[in-house]
Design a protein around this ligand. Sequence first.
Ligand code: FPP
Length: 251
Amino acid sequence: MKIKNENEEILSLIDRSRLPEHVAIIMDGNGRWAQSMGLPRIAGHQAGMKSVKRVIQTANDMGIKALTLYAFSTENWSRPPKEIEALMTLLCRYLRMEVENLNKQNVQIRFMGRIYQLPELVQRELDKATKATSKNSGLILNIALNYSGRADIVDGVSHLAADIHVGKIQVDEINEAVFQRYLSTADLPEVDLLIRTSGEMRISNFLLWEIAYTELWITPIYWPEFNREHFYQALIDYQKRKRRFGGTAAL
Ligand code: FPP
């Protein structure tokens, strides 16, 4: 594992045998960061990309299995068209420039959300990146695009209903484990830790089903400032939590 010496002290506080398997992040505060620097909002998203790269590298170095990033929600279409275009351009540029690097890091990239509603050009880039990294066995980088938790549940219900209609599954066979297979996160581990930057205390329609027992870690730091140390601190705090999953603490 290639982790820099300067972080040795904080790293020594992390128990590598009890890491979360799946970390999800609501990357919030790009706009406010830009505003605080007297820059246009788009500069905030550009700076946010650096945090994206850092967080992917850190998660992969740590040996975390899956990282889900909330990059664009179904509600984000209400932003000014120029900002939407800039976000899509940034994403495509990232994919074109970084796929080789992701391959070197053994990272497998995936996308979830209503991808078919994205511009065709974007869909092509996503497809290329997915195929180019599909054989990698390191971190699964799952990017939520045109995603909303409610929409994902509705889509899951719709697929399930279609399977019932053709007799693939019977109504009395439906339970939580069966339904989970119809969600976009079906083949990913449980989300153990959800990080949100910029201090907002809400879920914003992210992973609604999946976070039933997820530990939440919210920091006032804006996303462009989120660095390795913040990530390590989230892991340290996560390891201090007593996860009871609705039961009582072990005596
Ligand atoms: C929230 O900040 C951030 C977003 C809506 C977009 C985040 C996307 C990226 C950083 C690029 C994603 C690309 C990849 C490859 C994952 P905000 O604009 O809502 O900030 P504000 O709440 O301060 O206005």
